[in-house]
Design a protein around this ligand. Structure first.
Ligand code: MLT
Length: 261
């Protein structure tokens, strides 16, 4: 556990060298980066926290805006004594946090990796659905949310050939704390549209997208890459929204090349 001023964050740390901060998606935890923790420990000092209210990190406030998660991560770097710029790698909600980290803690960044994420804000209908889901999770628990999300997360090939990944992801979702999940849903519902910031992001950026991602599509992510001044775009075959988990080898290769470029 890393001891921050107003929170404790569970953290898995591996390897040495350039710091690589891996920020998980919703409603998951650090274990979605298993393939990177194993495959990239020889290339970087990997920090894979559980965000506040996920995994083994206790929940915080009733609403967790993306800005607050970003500030937690900056405090985590302080707690680990990391002053040198890091590479921030976030998937989906981790990417929403990445935009905020970039705005609020730019000096702490050497590069940015965005996997299967979006720059746009929620539509009013999507934001309303998140707020309704937040109340429902608190009343009923995680079952309905896990069932609704699982189908959309993985490519058909993953469901067929790696059913253990789907089952493990389901277990992580069911174990998530409803208070933490509700707070993140409320935070995502109010997140700002990051699209207008993209041309100003003066950092090397790697955009990774599963070819079958049904949530943040290849077309949408290609558009993000085009708006960023220094972006490289990598499309991952036989992967959906969870590309680093579904296809760790090509994703690790892309990250490795990015780190050494
Ligand atoms: C995620 O994978 O983090 C979620 O799909 C993000 C979202 O619900 O927008």
């Amino acid at each position: 556990m890393a001891d921050l001023a107003d929170a404790d964050l569970h953290l898995v740390e591996r390897g040495s060298g350039l710091p690589l901060l891996l920020v998980h998606g919703f409603p998951l935890d650090h274990s979605m980066w298993a393939g990177q923790l194993d495959g990239l420990a020889g290339d970087a000092r990997i920090l894979a926290p559980d965000l506040r209210g996920f995994g083994r990190s206790p929940p915080g406030a009733d609403v967790m805006p993306m800005e607050r998660f970003a500030d937690d991560l900056a405090a985590l770097l302080d707690a680990r004594g990391i002053r040198e710029p890091v590479v921030f790698c976030g998937l989906s909600m981790g990417g929403y946090i990445g935009w905020q980290f970039c705005r609020r803690h730019r000096a702490r960044l050497r590069g940015l990796i965005l996997c299967d994420t979006r720059a746009a804000a929620d539509s009013p209908a999507a934001a309303d659905a998140r707020l309704a889901n937040a109340n429902r999770v608190l009343a009923e628990g995680m079952g309905f949310l896990a069932d609704g999300m699982l189908d959309k997360l993985f490519a058909a090939q993953t469901r067929q050939h790696q059913p253990e990944l789907v089952a493990a992801t389901r277990r992580v979702m069911l174990a998530a704390a409803p208070r933490g999940v509700a707070a993140a849903l409320r935070g995502m519902a109010v997140r700002p549209d990051a699209s207008a910031w993209l041309p100003q992001i003066d950092l090397p950026t790697l955009i990774v997208c599963g070819r079958e991602d049904a949530i943040s599509t290849v077309d949408e992510m290609r558009g993000i890459a085009r708006s960023l001044p220094q972006a490289r775009f990598v499309e991952v075959a036989a992967a959906g929204h969870m590309s680093p988990l579904e296809q760790p080898e090509p994703v690790n290769q892309a990250i490795r090349e990015f780190l050494t470029a």
